[in-house]
Design a binder for this molecule. Structure first.
Ligand code: HAM
Length: 428
């Protein structure tokens, strides 16, 4: 007997329906915002996926050599693949470009609540604009998605990589050390992060600034930003980052969007490609991020294209499904009336298949009774599965171009002309 590989899951109908529901709402939203769907491969070159992600993700990729001796990996996220596509095939397309993707991703994480080795994201990327309204769009889109899904009590944590980067650049810390520091912050290992900074030999002033940044957060966003600006006043690049974040939040607030934002000055995301605003959506108490994203203006350039600014977000479909279940929010797609077509005799089976095709053409959901059961057993099964109608096809009725239409709910049945069958069902 075979089981699933550790960390891999079978999604049974109830779970699969939830996932597809979230996918559908995500896709509808992508259309409302003008994001065109693209499909990129699950398998990419290892080097592409490894560049500028994070040490943690690099270590946790499913990597292998294909039969042509190429080092490949299963994608741990969409952003690298989409940036590859932009830098190779779409470099000269008019800007902005907006792309939506949905699909499965792979990370060899330790399986636990809300953390899987195969998981799903709905991903939105906006290329070509370095302006704060592009950042605002990505944040508002994420807020709108969670709103449409009727999720409650979710909050946004927002920061800017330029704040820490501005401070550390001026202190002369190289990219590698900055990445290591960010990883520690991403894991919320504050003490370790400060010790690491101390070991790199940064100034006492810098240590003081870092400590203060790690302690600075709050929902009174402009007051918090005012404070952050004062803290980093001696670091020009960091001051610019605060101003940029200010502008983004101001745009969102002034647009009237209802969004719960907490500014966290020391907030870092694991991925190395971020250059600007970064954010995550989460539900307090449910200790996992539902989605996250930010600005990454240098990635396309690193992949060999023109520099093209970009900002994007990925929502974790599995985690949103968990949150919706916890909050008992319905995730059912509207169901159409379902019908079972039952043939009384073998001789009328071909007619049953023909009629089921005819009914489906009118958009009705039709199953054919394929178990060879007696009529009463087939009807009992239809009752158990809450099917609305049974169409019973027998030789006697067929002679007059008729069938029996049975309403399962109240066990009433009547004989109807085949030519009127669809109308009869649709009129109820
Ligand atoms: P990320 O923060 O690595 O960002 O992932 C985004 C979301 O995917 C997370 O917030 C979480 O909901 C979900 N997720 C990640 N890992 C797992 C896992 N092991 N199991 C279940 N869900 C998971 C990115 O992937 C970036 N590419 C987002 C982005 C797009 N930035 C710019 N554009």
């Amino acid at each position: 007997m075979f089981n699933t590989v550790r960390g891999m899951r079978d999604l049974l109908p109830i779970e699969a329906e939830k996932m597809r529901y979230i996918e559908q709402v995500s896709r509808e939203l992508s259309k409302l915002y003008g994001y065109d769907e693209i499909i990129t491969p699950v398998l990419e070159s290892y080097d592409l996926l490894a560049a500028k992600t994070s040490e943690e993700i690099r270590e946790r990729m499913y990597t292998f050599k294909d039969l042509g001796d190429r080092k490949v990996a299963m994608r741990p996220e969409f952003t690298a693949s989409i940036a590859r596509l932009i830098s190779t095939k779409m470099r000269n397309e008019p800007k902005p470009m907006r792309f939506f993707s949905v699909g499965s991703l792979y990370r060899y994480d330790e399986p636990q609540y809300g953390r899987y080795r195969e998981f799903w994201q709905s991903n939105y990327e906006l290329f070509g604009s370095d302006r704060p309204e592009a950042d605002a769009e990505i944040l508002m889109l994420t807020n709108n998605l969670l709103e449409r899904l009727e999720l409650k009590n979710y909050l946004f944590k927002i920061g800017h990589t330029g704040i820490l980067r501005g401070v550390l650049n001026q202190e002369g810390l190289d990219d590698e050390k900055q990445n290591s520091l960010r990883q520690l912050l991403d894991k919320k290992s504050w003490e370790e992060a400060l010790e690491f900074a101390l070991d790199t030999g940064v100034s006492q002033q810098c240590l003081g600034v870092l400590k203060s940044l790690l302690e600075t957060k709050g929902e009174d966003v402009f007051n918090v930003l005012e404070g952050v600006k004062e803290t980093v006043t001696k670091y020009e690049e960091a001051v610019c980052a605060v101003d940029n974040l200010w502008k983004i939040i101001e745009l969102i607030k002034e647009s009237g969007e209802k969004i719960e934002l907490t500014v966290e000055a020391g907030f870092a995301r694991g991925l190395e490609y971020y250059t600007g605003m970064i954010f995550e959506a989460y539900i307090p108490g449910l200790d996992i991020a539902l989605g996250g994203g930010g600005r990454y203006d240098r990635l396309i350039e690193i992949f060999g294209g023109e520099p093209i600014p970009a900002v994007g977000v990925a929502q974790g479909i599995d985690r949103i499904a968990l949150a919706l279940t916890k909050q008992k929010v319905s995730t059912k797609l509207p169901k159409k009336k379902s019908i079972v077509v039952i043939s009384v005799k073998e001789a009328t089976m071909a007619k049953a298949l023909e009629l089921s095709s005819l009914l489906r053409k009118s958009g009705l959901l039709v199953e054919v009774a394929v178990m060879g059961r007696s009529i009463s057993k087939a009807l009992a099964d239809a009752n158990r599965r809450k099917i609305a109608y049974a169409v019973i096809i027998g030789p006697k009725e067929l002679e007059q171009e008729k069938v029996v239409l049975r309403e399962m709910k109240n066990s009433t049945q009547r004989t109807v002309l085949i030519s009127k069958l669809t109308k009869e069902i649709l009129k109820d």
